[in-house]
Each structure stands twice: as structure tokens, then as C-alpha cells.
Design a protein around this ligand. Sequence first.
Ligand SMILES: *[C@@H]1O[C@H](CO)[C@@H](O)[C@H](O)[C@H]1NC(C)=O
Length: 373
Amino acid sequence: MRSSTLLSSALAALVQTAAAVTGAAEGFAKGVTGGGSASPVYPTTTAQLVSYLGDSSARVIMLDRTFDFTGTEGTVTETGCAPWGTGSGCQTSINLNNWCTNYQPNAPKVTVKYDKAGILGITVKSNKSIIGVGNKGIIKGKGLRLVSGAKNVIIQNVHITNLNPQYVWGGDAITLDNTDVIWIDHVSTSLVGRQHVVLGNNPSGRVTISNSKFDGATSWSATCNGYHYWGLYFTGSNDMITFKNNLIYKMSGRSPKVAGNTLLHAVNNYWYDSKGHSFEIDSGAKVVVEGSIFQNIQTPLEAGGSGKLLTGSNSACSAYLGHACQANGFGSSGTLSGTDTSFLSYFSGKNVASATDYNTAKNVLNTAGFGTI
Ligand SMILES: *[C@@H]1O[C@H](CO)[C@@H](O)[C@H](O)[C@H]1NC(C)=O
């Protein structure tokens, strides 16, 4: 009796511990609470998941299984285009919003057959924590879409995968547009059609992306080489992004593309194995890259961008970021170098993530992504 009471209270404690966010956001989204202390819910069907994510209650939503959306909205067969040819390793494109017609008028036409659920992510409203249990929280065939004023959301320990990877416009894993105070942590994304993460042109506000793994390995690439081109797209008009301890793997472009009016603090990340460019930094972007590793990265920075960039060791950071900026490490990689300190004052008074020596970023290979907490 006594031992079974002990056992059940131990089990209850375990459940209690598991059904909560692990750790706390560092950097710009510090203070995010998501669903806070709401009692956890465990959806069992895709419809229930959609309902919990999209209602107006604060919720802690535990994902203890795979939610497979493929087939839930049917498939579409229609004419698309092949801007990079029809070789077996090439992505082709859906004519979404007439993209083929308007932007690729000379590309060969091809038949595309795609799963409709992938095209638009699940709407996520304010005050939600979405938490995977162990290595079980998988969303297949549909992404997450935080738009139209969604605030205070935590996405932790979840894998989003299989969004029509053959096709450009097949689906984005995580979309933010008109949001504030969002924390994406220990998330994995793989086999997407379009962006792994897209912060669109409206303000996305304060965002922290940490400990996540963006896996660009694919059999269908816009660069036809097994490396995904559409990585991370940060072009919001008023965005502050802390990007820390992430693994960016097998991308060939836009990882990230930074534009709009985005302040990006990229710290202690690991860029690993790219055939193409990593950063594209366009007008309006303000980017600090420190304490990070670039290993087998062909072109860390695409030439010709006109955004502001500061990289590597620099004591001028101390007055604004609260620490001296840390050197980056490069192995079998091109260079990334920027000396612009004119924008550091944008960090003043903000929650800024700490930084450690780039050698510590090697740990990211073991800790990034879902299933490691
Ligand atoms: C989110 O929670 C905060 C704090 O409890 C509350 O003020 C706000 O109205 C909630 N937002 C929504 C959209 O429910």
C-alpha cells in the first residue's frame, strides 16, 4: 500500500515535471510565458490539435504522438513549373499566387501533385505553450502559423516535417507575421517545401530562436544538389531576433536572409555543411554574428548585400550588449566579416543573450533540435 502510494506520487511528480516548459527564454523574448500555468491538455487527433492551437484560451498543449496532416485536406494535381529544370534532384514549383506565371514565364511547365494541408500552417493564437513529450512531438504535413497579433507563444521540443518537399511553395514549417514575444526552442524542421522559418514583412516583434535544428537535407532542391535553398527568412519591419545555439545544416541559401528592419543577434550557433550561401544581408538589416562556428560552409555571406554587419571579437559590444563580442570559428569555410558598430545602440536597454567562446558551440551538434530535453 505504502509503496504503491509512493509510486503513484512519484509518477504524478514525473507527469507534472514533464508537462511544463523546460528552462526560460534568453534574449529578446525573455519573459515569455506561453500558456503559463494552465492545466496541460493532450490532443489525440489533428482536429483537436487545431482546435487547441486556435482557440482564445491560454493553453499548455502537450504533443505525445505524431499528428499526421497528410491527406486531411486532399491532394491537388495541376500545372506548375520547373525553373531549375526537371532533373531528379531539382525542386519544381507550385504556381501558388501565380508565381510561375508572373516570375518564371520561361520555365518549362510540369504537372505537380501536392498535399493541400502543407500549403498553409495551423493557426496558433496568443498565450500557448506547445510542448513535445520526449521525442514524440511530431507534426507531419503541416506547419505552424502565428499571425494577426499572436503574442506570447512558446514552441518547444517539436519536430515539423514533410511539407511537400518536392515543391517550392509546398509549405513553411513556422511562419511569424504580426506577432510579439515568441520563443522557438529545441524545434527541428526538415523536408519542407519553402522556408524552415519565415518572419514575414509585418512586425514579428521580440523573438528568440534557440537550440533548434534546421535540417536542409533533401532530395529536391532549388539548387539541385541535395541542399535546401529556402532556409530562414527574416524580413520583418520591426523585428528583434535572438538566434542562439542553433544548428543550420545542409542549406544552399537564405539561412538566413535578413532584411526589412530586423535586428538579429546570432550567437553560439553552428553552421554546418552548406553548398551555397548562408547569410544574405539586405538593406535595413542590422546583424551581429558572434561566438559561432562555420564548418564546411561554402559562402557564409552572399556578396552585394547592403545591410549592416558586425562579426567576431569586438569590445565595442560591451557598452550595448553587456559583453564583448566573441570571435567566430571557421573550418574549411569561406569568410564572414563585418566591422559596422554604428547600430549597436539598438541593443541598449533590451534583453540580450549572453555569449561564450565559439568552441562551446560544438555542443550544439548534440543538443540542438527536438528529443534532446
Ligand atoms: C493573454 O494573456 C494575457 C495575460 O493573462 C491577457 O492579458 C491577454 O488578454 C491574453 N491574450 C489573449 C489574446 O487572450
